[in-house]
Structure formats: C-alpha cells, structure tokens
Design a protein around this ligand. Structure first.
Ligand code: AMP
Ligand code: MG
Length: 485
C-alpha cells in the first residue's frame, strides 16, 4: 500500500473526505510542520462555495451539498493530520524568525484532473504554535476580500490560488484597524503550494542544508517535474522560479494589481500568487499607488513590485547557496528583467487587442499607452474597457475616429500624447486585413472586463453585508467576475 492510499482510510458520504489525499508534505517529516487542531466555532454559515473548482477535483457540483463544505471546511471533521507549516521571512526588508502558519494549516493535498498536486490551505482556522499574540482568526471582510481578489485575478489571467469555500463562523473579532467587533470567517484556498521562499529561509537560519536539499528535491519532484532527471536540476529549478516569478509580476502589473505585502513569506516557491490582504487595484495609472496603509515608505507600491520580487529572489539565494551554486543562481536571476519585459509586453499588447504583434511600432504604441495613462486622470481599467466597448472597423479610416465615441478621452488636439497614440494605433490597424479586425475586437473584449474590484466596489458590497446581511451584491459581483463581464 502506498502512502497516499493509507491516507484514505475513511469512507464517508462527504465527497471531500473521499478525495484521494496524498501525503506529500506530511511525508517530509516533522521538521517542516506542527500537527495542530482546528478551532471549534459557534456557528457555520456557508457564504461562498466555488463550484467552478469542483470539476478539477472530479466532483459534480450538483452532488456536493452545502453541508459537505461545512463539515469538511468549517468543522474540519475526520481529517488528520492538519499541518501548521513552518516558515520565516523578510518582512519589509527585516528578517523575522517568528512566523509560520499562525491562523491556518494545510488541510490536505489532492491531485487535480490536470495531474497537478493542489493544496487545500486554511486561513482563520484557529491558533497554532505560530500565532504569537494573534487570535488565529480571519475577519469576514478579510475572507470576502480574499475570495474576490483570487476570482478577479484568475479571470484577468493571473496565475493564482482560488478560494474553495468561505464559511462565516459566528465570532466577534477585535481588530485595531477596522470597526470592531467584526464578524469572522474561515476560508479554504486551493492553490499549487504553500511552500514559500520563507520556508527555505527558515531552514537556512536553522543551518540545516540537509533539510533544504530534501525540501528542494520535494519541490522539484512535485512542481518542477521537467527537471527531475536532469543532472543540473537545482540550477534549472532556480532559473525557472525566476522566470515564473517574473511572469507573475508582469501579470499583476498588466492587471493593475498591487499585492501590497510582498514579504518573502508571501512568495510561493511555485511562482503562484496567493495570500490577499490589503491589496488594491490601481484606479488611474499611479506608479506609487500603495495599497497597505502601514507601508509608510511605499516599499510595496505598484511600480516597485518587479524590483521587490527580484530582490526577494536574490535574497532567497542566501538560503539556497548550500545546495545550488551561487554563480549559477546569479546567471538565472540576470534573466529576470528579460522575462518580465517579455511577458508584460505580450500582456499589454493583448489588452490593446493584439494576440501577436511583431510590428515595429508595437513598442512605440506601448510606450505611448503608458505615457498617456500616466499623464492623464483616465482610469486604467476604464481606458481599456472603453477601447473594447467602442472599437469599430471605422477606426481604420481615420485616427480621429479612434475612441471618439467614448467620453473618456480628450478631444483631438487637446493631448499631443493621445493624438500620437491614435496615429500609431491607426497605422497598426491598417496593417491588418479587414477580416482580422474582428479578432482584435474579440481580444479587446476578452482581456478587458468591465468589472474591476476597486476599493469602493468592495466597500459597497461590504456595507450591504454589514448593514442588512444582504449577500446578493457579493454574489452578483462574483457572477460578473466569473463570466468576464
Ligand atoms: P499575513 O500578513 O497574513 O501574511 O501574515 C503574516 C504572519 O502573521 C503569518 O505568520 C500569519 O500566520 C500571522 N498572522 C496574521 N494574522 C494572524 C492572526 N489573526 N492570528 C495569528 N496569526 C496571524
Ligand atoms: Mg501571509
């Protein structure tokens, strides 16, 4: 019998308990986690179930009851062990050796229908040895915000974890930075891994290169499978992590997203985006937009994100240098800017309607787009949405007709940058055949949904919840996000 098989010794009517749980992290041993118990909550109200994820678990949403979510992901019945994972991390540039899963645990790991291993990780499930002074809980608003961020980012094409469920748990929480008492929730997120840069940083801090190597082997075996049999697998792993991370930041930047807390404990070793706290989406193009009120020096502002992620990758080298050659890692990191630029360019051209554009004017168009957005008050998302909404074959006839049906942009002659932008866009359009124009319209629509979860949007749905316990606006917002409206 394999380890995975012995993990499934219960037979339940709950489909979540009958999933084939693998003991991937568990089999690494107790140097990497602590076994913990979940909190018992006074109440369990299922506020959100992400049926869109069930197919990947080979579950039919119609056969999964709300009660199945509650007993698995609110009461945590019949599932052991629950693992609080150990990690440290650089927070705002300072090393913090007192981190770790302080309000969450790894509930289990399952293989999706795509053959990839997924974590079910909790947030708000009670105290652990790493809670420090915290209560181990998640506010309901925090749960709502994480659900929305993950769905929004996923639908904007960002590689991200997503929430499987959010359950309101009936506690009154006190928080210094929001009106209190405030309601509580527990979420379960489904993501590629909860192993962080900081997981490795802790092992380096503990001077355990043996444990670092063991964890690296595990990470490569599960998440960098192409390299398993390669002689230089560690070097290839680091180079690929650089690429994945650079691409992820490019995805955030194109999505207009500011993660807000890019500490190394919030950086996944798989290059996936996760853990959404005080994040924000830019309104107009403001490079120094800073989403966390406590980020006094704007360390994690929108435009710093590529540089910060590069710094995080460079800092990680310290933790890995017992196993991977330093020069090789530097060579891998040297490619960061190239990977970032290439992905950012591709994504921004898509936002402008072009799946592929080798045209020599492409870079000029991109520069002018940013220049215009930065120099005007025009909304970042609104601009692209208006492009999609007003796009017309007529735009090929005359530059002055471009976006003329939108009241968002300046009249011709008012902004030189915008006029130049129209000239270039017009020129590029005329390099396409009329039959190709339709696909540009489709790309514009696909890449630029109307719905973006700016702060007032979230605050408004939160007010409906707080004041009237009305969840309809929340469900409608998710419906809009998921259907790409
Ligand atoms: P975060 O800012 O959510 O990435 O969390 C940073 C660290 O603080 C992690 O170790 C968390 O587990 C811990 N933490 C955050 N909030 C709480 C809380 N309410 N109770 C216990 N630990 C917490
Ligand atoms: Mg975190």
């Amino acid at each position: 019998m394999t380890l995975a098989e012995t993990a499934n010794n219960t037979h339940s009517t709950n489909p979540f308990l009958n999933l084939h749980y693998e003991r991937a992290v568990e089999s690494l041993g107790e140097d990497y986690y602590d076994e913990v118990a979940a909190a018992e909550f006074p109440q369990h109200i299922l506020r959100w179930r992400n049926d869109a994820l069930l197919h990947r678990l080979e579950l039919n949403p119609q056969l999964v009851k709300d009660d199945d979510f509650i007993s698995a992901f609110g009461k945590f019945e019949e599932r052991k062990p629950l693992l609080a994972l150990c990690y440290h991390g650089y927070q705002f540039g300072e090393y913090n050796p007192f981190l770790g899963d302080g309000r969450g645990f790894l509930y289990g790991q399952v293989r999706g229908t795509d053959g990839e291993l997924y974590d079910f990780g909790t947030k708000g499930s009670g105290k652990t040895p790493y809670s420090r002074g915290g209560d181990g809980m998640l506010t309901l608003k925090g749960g709502v915000r994480e659900v929305l961020a993950a769905e929004m980012l996923h639908h904007l094409g960002v590689r991200t974890s997503r929430c499987l469920s959010m359950i309101e748990t009936g506690l009154s929480l006190w928080r210094g930075d929001e009106p209190s008492p405030t309601r509580s929730s527990v979420i379960v997120r489904m993501g590629r891994s909860h192993i962080r840069f900081g997981t490795f940083e802790r092992l380096h801090y503990l001077r355990r290169p043996d444990l670092t190597k063991k964890l690296l082997d595990h990470v490569i075996e599960q998440y960098y499978r192409d390299f398993i049999t390669q002689e230089d697998k560690y070097v290839l792993f680091y180079a690929d992590l650089v690429k994945r991370t650079a691409e992820l930041v490019a995805q955030w930047m194109a999505a207009g997203f500011c993660h807000a807390v890019l500490n190394t404990d919030n950086m996944s070793i798989t290059g996936e985006s996760f853990d959404y706290g005080p994040y924000g989406f830019i309104t107009s193009y403001q490079p120094y937009f800073t989403a966390a009120y406590f980020d006094h020096y704007r360390r994690y502002c929108y435009t710093h994100q590529p540089g910060i992620c590069k710094w995080n990758l460079e800092t990680l080298q310290d933790a890995l240098k017992g196993v991977i050659d330093y020069g090789d890692m530097q060579a891998g990191l040297a490619k960061f800017d190239e990977h970032y630029q290439s992905e950012y360019r591709t994504l921004m051209l898509k936002k402008l309607g072009f799946e592929q554009l080798s045209h020599p004017e492409a870079d000029e168009l991109l520069n002018l787009t940013i220049q215009f957005l930065q120099g005007s008050e025009v909304g970042y998302h609104q601009f692209f949405y208006e492009m999609a909404r007003t796009f017309s074959l007529k735009w090929r006839d005359e530059p002055g007709l471009i976006m003329a049906d939108s009241n968002l942009v300046p009249a011709s002659g008012v902004s030189e940058v915008f006029d130049n932008w129209c000239l270039i866009y017009h020129k590029i359009l005329n390099n396409f055949d009329p039959e190709q124009i339709d696909s540009i319209a489709q790309t514009l629509t696909r890449q630029n949904p109307k719905t973006v979860i700016h702060k007032p949007v979230i605050e408004s749905i939160w007010q409906s919840i707080v004041q009237e316990d009305n969840w309809q606006p929340f469900y409608e917002l998710i419906e809009c996000i998921q259907s790409g409206k």
